[in-house]
Design a protein around this ligand. Sequence first.
Ligand SMILES: Cc1cc2nc3c(=O)[nH]c(=O)nc-3n(C[C@H](O)[C@H](O)[C@H](O)COP(=O)(O)OP(=O)(O)OC[C@H]3O[C@@H](n4cnc5c(N)ncnc54)[C@H](O)[C@@H]3O)c2cc1C
Length: 390
Amino acid sequence: MNSRKKPIVIVGSGFAGINSAFTLKKLNPTIPILVIDSQSKFIFKPLLYEVLSREIKEWEVAAEFKEIFANSGITFLRNKLRSINLEKESLELENNLTLNYQYLVLSTGSINNNYLIPGVDKYCYFFNTLNDLNNLQIALQESLDSGNVQDLSIVGAGPSGVELACKLYDLYSKKLNITLIESSKQVLNKCKFFNREEAEKAIKDRNISLLLNTIVDEIHENHILLKDSQHKKNEFKHDLVIWTAGIKPNLPTFEQEIETNNQKIVTNQKLQIESYENVFVIGDISSIRDMENLPSTAQNAMQQGVHVGINLDLLLKGKDLIDYQFRDNGEMISLGKGKASISGLGLTLSGSLAFEIRRLVYASKMPIVQNSLKSVASWLINKNNIFREN
Ligand SMILES: Cc1cc2nc3c(=O)[nH]c(=O)nc-3n(C[C@H](O)[C@H](O)[C@H](O)COP(=O)(O)OP(=O)(O)OC[C@H]3O[C@@H](n4cnc5c(N)ncnc54)[C@H](O)[C@@H]3O)c2cc1C
């Protein structure tokens, strides 16, 4: 194949991939860009909690890729990447499709991590995709329909565990006994001090039980085997368990050996794989050499996406590439229905105003303008109802 005709291929159209595609297209409108994703919709994961609590609707967090890329000049292909041959600059896709690239951007995100703990995959519900959300909703409904108060355990008191615990308490306080189980000595261990304090208050106010310094050894159908800091084991009864204890990078398969760090693909500071400089790796699957571990967040993924769009344009124009630098724009955590906590850029704020600011900030980050406008409009119309419930 003539190399000039090979497209720039972006695999994984989440926060990182979408931003790289649109940034490059804006800077270099005539360049052919092909975006590949195994799913049909972009999911705005930070707002999945509000879909669960019915504060917003599913369409507000899930936008069809064909709509996102319509009239953009970017081609979208729904297909799943099977393997990459870096030497041949080719991708093996499902349905025996092989594709050559000129430049490649990899941004395939994260998947749930069970840490090989027995019973996690079999007995736990997850909260990483729209599918996970739907499965959890069905299981919760079945559980609540039993009529008895149900013991719900949430393993992992990072942002996902804390946000879920508070939302579920506000929805079903009379029907669920909620326990958060965390291996470290505090909730939101890696988060900002202000948000941690607000989360601790929110958990206490809601009477959510908290087991800190507690390790999950095994999960069984109706109980969890726990180990405390003195290695004392005990059985903890549950009716339902949600696993939010960790994610791991969703790495594609490579024909060649590549360097990894904590299961993430190592890149140089320009976000390229060092021995294959026409390949960029961004978002949750990338680890930059000689840089402290960056968070697996939408914020970092979006910034890296924009950065790769700029670097690809520079590369195509024969100019020097620039090093990536992460700008910490703060952190927003939802803490129950209509409540949130924000810490960053000199602002610390909690309560319902923080919730509204969080909602508006996220609406402005939606990939299609119509969706974001419709979403804000629908939120404003429903706002009164949201705060009246409970
Ligand atoms: C419930 C939840 C709440 C969160 N809240 C926040 C928050 O408040 N703030 C924040 O900054 N971050 C938050 N995050 C983290 C954030 O969503 C991720 O860090 C971000 O999505 C990573 O972006 P990405 O582009 O690397 O991957 P993703 O956005 O996950 O995109 C990966 C894409 O790759 C596609 N893909 C995967 N494998 C293949 C394949 N083999 N072939 C083709 N396509 C493939 C997937 O379908 C997906 O579209 C949250 C995450 C979750 C789960």
